[in-house]
Design a protein around this ligand. Sequence first.
Ligand SMILES: Cc1ncc(COP(=O)(O)O)c(C=O)c1O
Length: 342
Amino acid sequence: MIRFDCDYLEGAHPKILRKIVDTNYEQTPGYGNDIYTKSAISKIRKLCNKENIDVHIVSCGTQVNLVAISSALKPYQGVICVDTGHINVHEAGAIEATGHKVIITKNKNGKITSNDIDKIMKDYINDGACEHMVMPKMVFISFPTECGTNYTKDELKSIYDICKKYSLYLYIDGARLGYGLVSKDTDINTLEDISDLCDMFYIGGTKCGALFGEALIIINDKLKIDFRHNMKQRGALLAKGRMLGIQFDVLMENDLYFKICKNAVELAMKLKKALLDKGYKLLYDSYSNQQFVIINNDKLNELEKDFSFFKWKIIDENNTAVRICTSWATVEENVDKLIEKL
Ligand SMILES: Cc1ncc(COP(=O)(O)O)c(C=O)c1O
């Protein structure tokens, strides 16, 4: 079985495993106070070209989202997000469980627009009973989006501008950040680009070559206050934090993170071209490592003898949309085998 259902199906980049083994018997302080975490943070600061950002590394995506959002918001505040946003559909209510409403607007190819945010804020401000309502205080977006699409610099800038106009924080979920930054449909290509255009974002490791781990970057000073206390209270401060630090220290060395993500996106583009050449219809025009394709159910049953996909959406009684993911570890030979069978 060749698996394409997600991008966390392999272990970790061998350089990470090697470094974990090589440093195994070293004794280091806990909770991220070790030299490897410090080195990772210093590399991330350099790549963002900002010395005064805070970096906290936690173990998974749901955890970083709930810790980051709950730390930023007061009890009566909520977070704006598109209907397809990960915190709305795939985190089992983790954000709501921290006491914060997720305020939904309809996505456009997975994205939110500055107009959507403007409308939500005008509706809120102009409502005579707004004091009785949940106050929108943050906008959550993913880069890439859950549909594999990416924001351009202009789009992100206009979202950030409207956030600043209404004093909203902009938080970017970067579970697949590396795949987004190397995609051809965006001019946001570096950590510096993205860190210029939001208050807080995270660099996804789990799906991009790490065993596990996500590095949260806090740019806005207001959001830095007491952050580690909230992490600790929510079980996100790992005693053996060095395991997280080592991984990001390796990924941020010599552009490894970007190089391995590029492998995934190049193979996804090869697959996308083959799908289009063969007349398949795509659900979204994705330039990242996730492709969403509509397949006739008979054909899908045949393909599923050798390949696995994530069933995304039932289109009608004869057709299903599936998500096909490549990853940092995907080999071209397996993509070629899929293309042949398609
Ligand atoms: C965009 C996005 N954010 C967050 C997560 C949550 O990650 P985890 O499953 O590691 O909690 C995922 C996982 O699929 C994701 O795709």
